[in-house]
Design a binder for this molecule. Structure first.
Ligand code: ADP
Ligand code: MG
Length: 242
């Protein structure tokens, strides 16, 4: 579903990602962990085609996206939804308009069907009847859920999450974790979740990959990661879980 082959990413001559190779299977929840500044968000932006790698290939759904033009990329992006770190809602639009945005931009869906879809997606994230609320009336956790409803409005095959529980209290973090898992089931999506919340990583991941010093230093099931003998991984897990 998603395949990175020998990917390098440099910013102004500085090597951020070095020789990353990674395959994410259809329907899998892959969690990416690693210290701040290790290139996790960069990895997501490479997958969604917002960045082109300095070297290497990025494949999504059987197509290489690393050398596509904007038109082709826009089509591929219709198969992906992204929940950004700071929710990134349009503050001047209602909740309903935020969720409908992609449908109005990229499909010819009639308005009644858009309204139905918006209602259904808001119900999925536990925000039934919040269509007319404005983003600034919402808590951080609610904004995050609107952002998720917007990301899945177009029924993407892939959902990318950048630090979805950052800044949320433990109860709301848990709600978001459960939503990530139920979303995967409901729309059969492949999910890539960047987080530094280890409790969250262990509870939702099929596999966890740790990025450190530009490379993937460990990858495996939560049980494998917990027992990792790699001192970098062991130290990171201890630190991140307190
Ligand atoms: P993480 O999400 O793991 O915290 P990022 O992927 O955001 O890390 O960033 C990794 C490194 O790349 C950081 O040192 C950051 O400053 C740098 N970086 C990210 N995006 C850019 C950019 N567009 N231009 C220059 N440097 C960048
Ligand atoms: Mg980041």
């Amino acid at each position: 579903m998603i395949k990175l082959i020998n990917v390098n990413m440099n910013f102004r001559g500085k090597e951020i990602l070095k020789d990353i190779s990674l395959t994410i299977e259809q329907g899998e929840i892959m969690v990416i962990i690693g210290p701040s500044g290790s290139g996790k968000s960069t990895l997501l932006r490479l997958i969604i085609g917002l960045l082109q790698p300095t070297a290497g290939e990025v494949w999504v759904n059987g197509r290489e996206i690393s050398h596509m033009n904007e038109d082709e990329l826009n089509k591929i992006r219709l198969e992906m939804g992204m929940v950004f770190q700071y929710s990134a809602l349009f503050d001047s639009m209602s909740v309903g308009e935020n969720v409908a945005f992609g449908l109005r931009q990229h499909t010819a869906m009639p308005e009644e069907e858009i309204a139905r879809t918006v209602r259904r997606k808001l119900r999925m994230v536990g925000l039934r009847g919040q269509e007319n609320a404005m983003p600034n009336e919402l808590s951080g956790g609610m904004k995050k859920r609107v952002s998720l409803a917007r990301a899945i409005a177009i029924n993407p095959h892939i959902v990318l999450y950048d630090e979805p529980t950052a800044g949320l209290d433990p109860i709301m973090s848990n709600t978001i974790d459960r939503l990530i898992v139920s979303t995967r089931r409901m729309i059969d999506a492949t999910s890539v979740v960047v987080t530094h919340d280890m409790a969250s990583a262990f509870s939702i991941a099929d596999r966890i990959a740790m990025i450190y010093g530009g490379g993937i230093v460990e990858i495996g099931t939560p049980a494998m990661i917990k027992q990792s003998e790699n001192p970098i991984v062991a130290k990171f897990i201890r630190g991140a879980t307190g």
